[in-house]
Write a protein that binds this ligand. Structure first.
Ligand SMILES: Cc1cc2nc3c(=O)[nH]c(=O)nc-3n(C[C@H](O)[C@H](O)[C@H](O)COP(=O)(O)OP(=O)(O)OC[C@H]3O[C@@H](n4cnc5c(N)ncnc54)[C@H](O)[C@@H]3O)c2cc1C
Length: 471
């Protein structure tokens, strides 16, 4: 299905000569997703430089029935920013809309355009002696518009919540081109339905986010980072509760790693050292922050960890004594996907349940996966403090990759059924995109799906926004 040449020309005119790409080499980065699961085709990538241009693009597309795929940093894990294979969709990249519009240090707020790279926003906040807490492994390339559209999580959710929780106001271009401007910097605003939250996590299916106003926080003055070795997940959960109390609820990061990921890193990657003098079943990366200089915080963590070791809750622990040691602990956590890739293909799940149900989920889920793929290697790691695990199955050594990958639907269903049993989520932080559309329809209730479809129909009656994604 091709798009009328006249429509393409009118779209080019809206953005001017600097604002579009239409040569195959230039289009390439926009037609495949980060994990290379999907490959699409598009005749045109538009790179608008203003909200007004986005508005004119959507008004025209809505008028003539051209489908639009919004694109941020293209680091998403579910194929949400990849166009379809039939060439019928244009891509709108926000990357030229990358200005921090204002920062109000006294109101602790920052207003910026959707194409700002996440790391740039963190830096801008820091320069004003403030803190922007959203932090992900992809922060050097993902864009804030993509973060909001996926309601990204990351490594500070325990303390600060997901992307949604920092947003005070949004500017969104609706599918018919109208601009919904709710760029307020208010903490309190009970004036009817919360429209802002509709677009956060909508993965570009309800409109294009062009700007947002965010809450900022005081810059942390004390950071304590520890790596703890444990015998069990149950122990890790008990320790979390103890550390929350001991630190005055100052835990920002609580990330779990099983031994197998350290083995993969030691085997396949350079620059990783075994942190303790013997192997342990589980490891937890803990980070605690305070907005004031607080030497007592480090003492409290050390004492709590010593007590946990004495009581045999933890097996061993290291508190980082330098920035280099802290970086080494973080590197172990952040390089897990790299090590996993070297070990072979993986069938991945991004699931959440109540923290107390995590051990049961891991036990039952591992049994179910291994029944389907004997000798598969279970890798469950990630955001334990949020009840969110990346619960993956790596292919058995020596098994044919294609044969293993062909088992994906059965393995997904087995894991997701257990997640559903615990009233958990099959998409804790990466979203739905194209990857989990069928799973979403299977697990959401009929009423939830009806309400979602009604919202989609009300805002995008012609279905031009990111068709084929989410619902
Ligand atoms: C190394 C690595 C680590 C990661 N760690 C995490 C993690 O800890 N937590 C986590 O949640 N995710 C993580 N991710 C996934 C990914 O980085 C996030 O989903 C991120 O929020 C996507 O942002 P993006 O700008 O790349 O969006 P894209 O991939 O470009 O787009 C994602 C979705 O949002 C839509 N979209 C993009 N911009 C807009 C806009 N302005 N308006 C409307 N719709 C839009 C797209 O159409 C698509 O549906 C990680 C990815 C990598 C590669």
């Amino acid at each position: 299905m091709t798009i009328d040449i006249q429509h393409l020309n009118r779209l080019r005119e809206i953005v001017g000569p600097q604002g579009f790409l239409d040569q195959p080499g230039d289009l390439a980065p926009y037609v495949a997703d980060h994990r290379n699961l999907y490959r699409g085709v598009t005749p045109l990538v538009l790179r608008p430089s203003s909200t007004e241009q986005v508005s004119r693009i959507l008004a025209l597309c809505n008028d003539v029935g051209v489908a639009v795929v919004p694109s941020g940093g293209n680091t998403g894990y579910c194929g949400g920013a990849t166009p379809s294979a039939d060439g019928s969709q244009i891509v709108v990249s926000l990357s030229r809309m990358n200005k921090i519009r204002s920062l109000d240090a006294l109101n602790y707020t920052l207003n910026c355009e959707a194409g700002c790279v996440l790391a740039g926003i963190q830096t801008a906040a820091e320069a004003a002696d403030r803190f922007f807490p959203l932090s992900l492994g992809s922060e050097g390339s993902c864009q804030i518009g993509g973060n909001l559209s996926t309601n990204a999580g990351g490594t500070s959710v325990v303390r600060y919540g997901m992307a949604r929780s920092f947003v005070l106001g949004l500017e969104v271009v609706l599918p018919d081109g109208r601009v919904l401007d709710s760029l307020k910097a208010l903490r309190k605003d009970n004036t009817g339905y919360d429209l802002r939250d509709l677009f956060i996590g909508a993965e570009g299916t309800l409109g294009i986010i062009t700007a947002a106003t965010f809450k900022l926080y005081p810059k942390p003055q004390t950071v304590v980072t520890a790596l703890v070795a444990l015998k069990s997940l149950e122990g890790a959960i008990e320790l979390l509760a103890q550390l929350r109390t001991a630190s005055g609820d100052a835990i920002v990061t609580y990330e779990v790693m099983p031994r197998i990921v350290i083995d993969f890193e030691l085997k396949y990657l350079k620059g990783i050292n075994d942190p303790f003098d013997r192997k342990h079943d589980w490891y937890v990366l803990v980070e605690v922050q305070s907005a004031r200089r607080d030497p007592a915080l480090s003492d409290a963590i050390q004492e709590s960890l010593s007590a946990a070791i004495e009581n045999e809750l933890a097996s061993d622990a290291l508190v980082a004594q330098s920035e280099a040691q802290r970086a080494a602990f973080w590197s172990m956590r952040e390089r897990i996907p790299e090590g996993e890739r070297h070990a072979g293909a993986s069938i991945k799940h991004d699931v959440s349940v109540s923290i107390t149900d995590i051990p049961a989920l891991v036990e039952e889920g591992s049994t179910a996966m291994l029944k389907l793929v004997p000798n598969g290697r279970v890798i469950s790691f990630g955001h334990l403090g949020d009840g969110n695990l990346h619960f993956n199955l790596c292919q058995p050594e020596g098994m044919d990759r294609a044969k293993f990958e062909a088992l994906t639907p059965q393995v997904n269903r087995a894991v997701h059924d257990i997640v559903a049993k615990y009233r958990g989520s099959i998409a804790a932080e990466h979203g739905i995109g194209r990857l989990k559309r069928e799973e979403l329809a299977h697990y959401k209730s009929a009423v939830e799906m009806d309400v979602m479809r009604a919202i989609k129909k009300a805002l995008d009656p012609k279905g031009i926004m990111n068709p084929g994604k989410v619902i």
